[in-house]
Design a protein around this ligand. Structure first.
Ligand SMILES: Nc1ncnc2c1ncn2[C@@H]1O[C@H](COP(=O)(O)OP(=O)(O)OP(=O)(O)O)[C@@H](O)[C@H]1O
Ligand SMILES: [Mg+2]
Length: 219
């Protein structure tokens, strides 16, 4: 799916002080299937931008068009439906639920149809190399395994767009490279658009395109 941002602005209001301008009129066109890596210093607005592009955070003004649809013109139910059907998100911290097993965590986004999705979940578990841990709880996994599970959870809805916000920021170099390669491979295989944020230039260089942000702007 194609993602277009038009004049995207995000401000935070703070009592008795000027608004904080986090995104300053971002314009962007990410073609379907492209792998785009955002880099830039801490506080540049990278996470804010990809949360807006990923329909998780309404901008103050401007548009996000996904395959031509002006998503924020619609209500939150629509955004939720769009995310559920088309978008997968991997965060810096895995956000797995500790009381659920790996398999259950992966099935959470599709819980209502979980019985129908078990065989697909097994397929993804195989792909991310976690089949042998599917009935374990997150606390019983290593950091790299937890992030593999988070990646598997992002894939359960067969997303057309995968967002990843410093998906390996927390891992040792060797494990990070393994998971980064996995992320790139599964995106290619699914022909998904990949939008990732990273501080790691080696990973950014493996993307089709690098976009550098500073101070709420693309440079
Ligand atoms: N809820 C909020 N209220 C006020 N300011 C916020 C809020 N959330 C984020 N900010 C500010 O927005 C700016 C951009 O934050 P963001 O998390 O997008 O940066 P980032 O580029 O992802 O940084 P990092 O590399 O450290 O993750 C920061 O200056 C941050 O303090
Ligand atoms: Mg960030």
């Amino acid at each position: 799916m194609e993602i277009i941002a038009k004049n995207l602005i995000k401000n935070y209001k703070k009592k008795n002080s000027p608004d904080i301008e986090v995104l300053k009129s971002i314009n962007l066109n990410i073609p379907s299937g492209q792998k785009t890596a955002f880099t830039g210093p801490s506080g540049a607005g990278k996470s804010t931008l990809i949360h807006s592009l990923g329909l998780m955070d309404r901008p103050t003004s401007g548009k996000v068009l996904i395959d031509g649809i002006d998503c924020y013109a619609s209500n939150d139910d629509y955004l939720c439906k769009m995310r559920k059907e088309n978008i997968g998100f991997v965060f810096q911290f895995h956000y797995l639920l500790s009381d659920f097993t790996v398999l259950e965590n992966i099935l959470l986004p599709v819980w209502k149809e979980k019985k129908l999705k078990i065989s697909y979940a097994d397929e993804i578990l195989e792909k991310v190399g976690l089949s042998h841990r599917k009935n374990h709880f997150p606390s019983e996994l290593s950091g790299g395994e937890q992030q593999r599970a988070a990646l598997a959870r992002a894939l359960i809805n067969k997303p057309k767009i995968i967002f990843a916000d410093e998906p390996t920021g927390n891992l040792d170099r060797h494990t990070a490279v393994e998971i980064e390669n996995l992320l790139l491979d599964v995106s290619s295989e699914a022909r998904a658009t990949l939008v990732l944020v990273t501080h790691n230039m080696e990973l950014a260089e493996k993307a089709d395109r690098q976009i550098r942000m500073t101070d709420g702007k693309i440079i």
